[in-house]
Design a protein. Structure first.
Lengths: 789, 265
């Protein structure tokens, strides 16, 4: 292993600039002649726009342009898209409501874009935005997901019952047959609470049309700049793809919310041309982030598990209503379907599974992928349901899981819901987690808590996820509009330094470090000699970006393949220089050696020969730069066991997490420190969902949780010190690195562990977020808690 | 933020003059409520008078056995003050639990009570300790009379809080159940045994800090948890919102009262 190669805990090279305030985010970029955009947003959840009077706004000082939906229409700009076609049970395509860049005729949620004002300064733009006159006819909104079907109001007038699609997966007949002969059925209604993504850096964009080049540049907060370029050119039609440069510089967190192509970023690009080619900057205020960043989760589900009398799972039946919000977002259709129902086997050999999903429009912010995206909803459902089944069957929650695990010997394993799991060892993770948490010692700890007047509970969650998104042919057959391969280019310079260009994008993940380690290991060059370049469509090869824990498993493998090509070419050059046969050249630790001899050339010498080819193989191209694309043969399947221990204060209902053990199988791990950090972050977000976070709209569709005064983000004192193990890996078989991805696991596995622990403590299940008041009310109704008082 | 004129007087007299000359001006102390309000364009003041550089408004003194704390004294200064910890430790503990370190390093006593947020902590101490609010007009306003309603006080428009005098209690403690998001009080109970009797002030639960007289009477009879248990808290005047319903707040008042009692000894 190279000193800073695969497996080393190398401190993150990007952190020097971040922690010294030298990061370069979109809002740090200022250009000569820059103007500022402010969006006028709907104050109503549902209204018809009767009239817009631009004159008072245009008359304000410094105003350069006021643009609304009519201008969008007049310029023939396309609507925002959803890139994944989902079909209903009857074969009909999902019903997609039009999503214009600026509202036309109707507004559909509080925060919907009505107009943009561009002015010389941000304050002038704000003043003018306030002066814009918009007359609305307020309409009845559809706010409650459970009542969207059959509601008198229609979010999109042409879409009956607000139903976008009614989709299904699995063998319904087999499931019904299994339920008919079941010894016991565990049934549960549950809510997966809506979340605001809350990236630390709000969305921002600078659009710039250069009339001299007749070309466009868009700086923005994006997880996938090439996808932005593609959609803005092919669907919105602002600029042809070869005339549009999209740059995502340092980006302060995404969690999914910066995958999507929103209206604002498109509008500033278009507006720049409208005002004659001056750059136009927009930076979201935090209130705009709350209102308009695509929210996550928001399911209402009925789930039933059929068991035989030994506690073997026979079948799982799930019905889910999913909230899409007012418009479909870029990938919103696939989140509650192909990223959700396909995971319902969990870690178990449940032979029959059926799930149907109805996705509804409501007059709320659009809902799309948020850390985990569908998989947290699936995992939460399975793991709370299995826990409930254990209680009802009088079994230990660990044992009912162990009994139903897909055994290690059964891989590759075809689930009844389309996926083929390549590897795994679920029992090993469970055993390690139970050992670390001292499962056997729990009764003594509970007794000790009781002496202090606290109710102690322990909860297990055995999650699985599908990452490394994704095999293009598979997702294509399921309706995806794009391929989900990844690309890389590895370029040596004359002096033996390496530039790695990746189509992925780092916005907190530490790619600059991890990919440098990878290349240092593969090419035997010093880690310090590797520079990772990303986020600029004019520098990097076309890439699909970063989400779904795909960057190492798909993007990392593309880098490996490019390195392999470098080595292959290097062998030809080394063979020539060493006067040996190419077949006799071995490459190891940065050296090309003639097998069985001490004759060798360093990779630096070979690279130099490639750029100064004075003595060089005939017919071989000079230079040392290789590109590769990688389309994985399968998803990767990280899995693990999380165990949470809580103490509940029965007087107030406050839950304290006193212990949290996470044992993850991420396959091989490149930088364990970064992976542990990813797990920590994911766990905190999962705990946030379980205990603290939850979007609330009032009946009129006003967002009640629109600031940090009311929307509770987890803070350091809300979480314990985690015990994290990432070394229990079964190497993935879909890439040569054996890696699976780790970015979402924590957020996927944690909620059920927390909720199960609370149930174990107080005897009843509490919906998320398990706020003190909810827990206190649950305690009032719990026989177990009453007995403890 | 809208544009406004900004004044930074060096003395109380200058501040009072500026306020008299600019009746529409707003006073800025620590800015922990007002700056966010300005940033969201929820206020459009013609002028802002920043009290932050007036030395005479800041500081902690021992006076008549109790404490006199200047209006622009930071929460962190009160929390860390050996003098406060010695004379009225409950007050230092309260200050230490306000908001977060950033808030405590900027927020001030005078700003907090003049704003009178229904969920702020300091009003509970001012009422619970029977403190007196001193002003630029030479008035000494009893804590019981100072807080008149939600975000309303007995201050006149051109009047500035200069200091608060807290008499030393025999025993006192503050127990707070914070809103997990804002860390303001969902319910905060300040309980004190004073020369004038038992005082119980409740913040966070209602539109304005109030004295829980039923608890005061019960504790005057018997300084015990059992006395608190015997009291029924009327939930009908308490707040219900997305963070807590009135009956839960009523329940928490007793729980926090008992915790304050245990802490007070």
């Amino acid at each position: 292993m190279a000193e800073k190669g695969i497996g080393a805990r190398v401190p993150r090279k990007e952190d020097l600039r971040f922690i010294t305030g030298r990061g370069r985010y979109t809002d740090d970029i200022n250009q000569p002649g820059q103007a500022y955009a402010v969006f006028v947003r709907s104050p109503h959840a549902h209204a018809r726009i009767k009239r817009i009077d631009k004159a008072p706004a245009l008359a304000m000082p410094g105003v350069l342009a006021v643009l609304d939906g009519d201008d969008v229409k007049a310029d023939g700009l396309g609507n925002l898209i959803c890139g994944w076609l989902v079909k209903s049970k009857d074969g009909s395509p999902m019903k997609m409501g039009k999503h214009p860049l600026l509202a036309q005729e109707k507004v559909r949620y509080v925060g919907d874009r009505v107009a943009v004002v561009v002015a010389e300064t941000p304050a002038q733009a704000k003043d003018a935005a306030e002066a814009l006159v918009v007359e609305y006819e307020v309409l009845e909104p559809v706010v409650d997901l459970a009542r969207a079907h059959g509601a008198a109001a229609l979010v999109h007038d042409e879409i009956p019952n607000n139903l976008c699609y009614d989709w299904e997966l699995g063998d319904k007949a087999a499931v019904e047959a299994a339920f008919a002969k079941a010894h016991h059925v565990t049934k549960m209604e549950l809510v997966n609470n809506r979340l605001v993504p809350n990236a630390m850096e709000p969305r921002a964009a600078i659009g710039h049309y250069d009339p001299g080049q007749d070309a466009y540049t868009l700086y923005l907060t994006s997880q996938n700049p090439h996808v932005h370029r593609l959609v803005i050119s092919a669907f919105i039609g602002i600029a042809p793809e070869h005339k549009l440069r999209v740059v995502a510089p340092d980006v302060g967190g995404g969690f999914g919310s910066k995958i999507f192509i929103y209206g604002e970023e498109c509008v500033v690009l278009w507006a720049s041309k409208k005002i004659g080619g001056r750059p136009v900057k927009w930076v979201a205020e935090r209130s705009e982030s709350f209102l308009t960043d695509a929210h996550g989760r928001d399911h209402v589900t009925t789930a039933e598990l059929a068991l035989d009398k030994e506690g073997n799972f026979l079948a799982l039946r799930v019905n889910t209503k999913a909230n899409l919000g007012a418009y479909m977002s870029t990938f919103s259709s696939c989140i509650p379907t192909y990223l959700y129902a396909t995971l319902l086997a969990g870690q178990y050999k449940t032979p029959a599974i059926y799930c149907d999903v109805q996705a509804y429009y409501t007059n709320t912010a659009p809902v799309d992928a948020y850390r985990g995206a569908g998989r947290p909803e699936a995992s939460f459902l399975i793991e709370t349901l299995v826990d409930q089944a254990a209680i009802e069957m009088g079994m230990d929650p660990a044992e009912i899981r162990r009994k139903n695990f897909i055994p290690k010997s059964a891989f590759p394993y075809q689930t009844p819901v389309a996926l083929v799991y390549d590897t795994g060892d679920y029992e090993a993770c469970l055993d390690e987690a139970l050992r670390l948490v001292d499962y056997a010692g729990f009764p003594a700890r509970r007794a000790e808590s009781e002496r202090r007047g606290k109710l102690r509970g322990i909860g297990i969650s055995c999650y699985i996820e599908a990452c490394g998104i994704a095999p293009s042919a598979v997702v294509g057959s399921l309706g995806a509009g794009v391929g989900l391969w990844e690309s890389a280019k590895v370029r040596f310079t004359h002096t033996g330094k390496v530039q790695v260009l990746t189509g992925t994008h780092t916005h907190g993940q530490g790619h600059e470090t991890t990919f440098s380690q990878l290349v240092a290991e593969k090419l035997g060059v010093p880690y310090e000699d590797v520079e990772v370049i990303h986020g600029d469509t004019e520098k990097t090869p076309v890439g699909m970006g970063t989400y779904g824990s795909r960057s190492i498993a798909v993007g990392g493998e593309a880098i490996v393949k490019a390195c392999d090509k470098i080595i292959a070419k290097g062998k030809k050059i080394a063979a020539h220089l060493l006067e040996a046969s190419e077949a006799d050249i071995e490459f190891k630790d940065g050296k090309f050696t003639v097998a069985g001899t001490d004759k060798s050339k360093t990779i630096g010498e070979v690279v130099f020969a490639a750029y100064v080819p004075h003595n060089y193989p005939a017919g071989l191209e000079p230079g040392m730069e290789e590109g590769a694309f990688f389309d994985p043969p399968n998803f990767t399947f990280p899995a693990g066991t999380y165990v949470c221990e809580v103490e509940v204060d029965p007087q107030t209902g406050k839950v304290d997490i006193v212990k949290f053990v996470a044992v993850d199988d991420f396959g091989n791990v490149v930088n364990p420190m970064i992976v542990e950090g990813q797990v920590h972050g994911g766990l905190v977000q999962g705990i946030g969902q379980a205990l603290l976070e939850g979007v609330r709209y009032d009946e009129s569709g006003q967002l009640l949780t629109g600031s940090y005064m009311d929307y509770c983000m987890p803070r350091a004192d809300d979480v314990p010190s985690f015990e994290v193990v990432t070394s229990r890996g079964t190497p993935c078989t879909s890439n040569s690195l054996g890696v699976k991805g780790c970015g979402e696991a924590g957020a996927i596995g944690a909620p059920a562990a927390v909720i199960n622990a609370i149930r174990n403590a107080i005897g009843v299940r509490v919906e998320m977020p398990a706020t003190p008041e909810r827990v206190w009310r649950a305690i009032q109704s719990s026989p177990l808690a009453k007995a403890a008082e | 933020m809208y544009a406004f004129d900004y004044h930074r007087p060096a003395s109380l007299a200058e501040a009072a003059q500026l306020l008299a000359a600019n009746p529409e001006a707003k006073l800025l102390a620590g800015g922990q409520t007002y700056i966010p309000t300005l940033k969201q364009r929820l206020a459009k003041p013609a002028a802002v008078i920043d009290l932050g550089r007036i030395a005479e408004l800041r500081g902690i003194q021992e006076e008549a056995g109790g404490l006199t704390i200047g209006a622009t004294t930071r929460h962190a200064e009160v929390a860390e003050s050996p003098l406060v910890k010695r004379v009225i430790p409950a007050l230092a503990a309260l200050a230490e639990g306000i908001g977060d370190p950033q808030v405590r390093n900027c927020g001030t006593l005078g700003g907090s009570i003049a704003n009178n947020d229904p969920a702020a902590d300091y009003p509970a101490a001012v009422v619970g300790l029977g403190a007196t609010v001193r002003t630029s007009k030479g008035r000494s306003i009893a804590g019981d009379d100072f807080f008149t309603g939600m975000f309303e006080t007995a201050l006149e428009p051109d009047e500035i809080v200069t200091a608060v005098h807290f008499p030393k209690p025999e025993k006192a403690a503050y127990a707070k159940f914070p809103n997990p998001a804002s860390r303001y009080a969902i319910v905060g109970v300040f309980l004190a045994k004073t020369a004038g009797g038992v005082r119980v002030a409740v913040t966070g639960a209602a539109p304005c800090v109030f004295r829980a007289t039923a608890l005061e009477q019960a504790l005057a009879q018997s300084w015990s948890a059992a006395a608190i248990d015997g009291v029924t808290i009327d939930a009908s005047n308490l707040n219900s919102d997305i963070h807590a319903q009135a009956d839960y707040r009523a329940h928490l008042i007793k729980v926090m009262a008992k915790r304050a009692l245990a802490a007070a000894g």
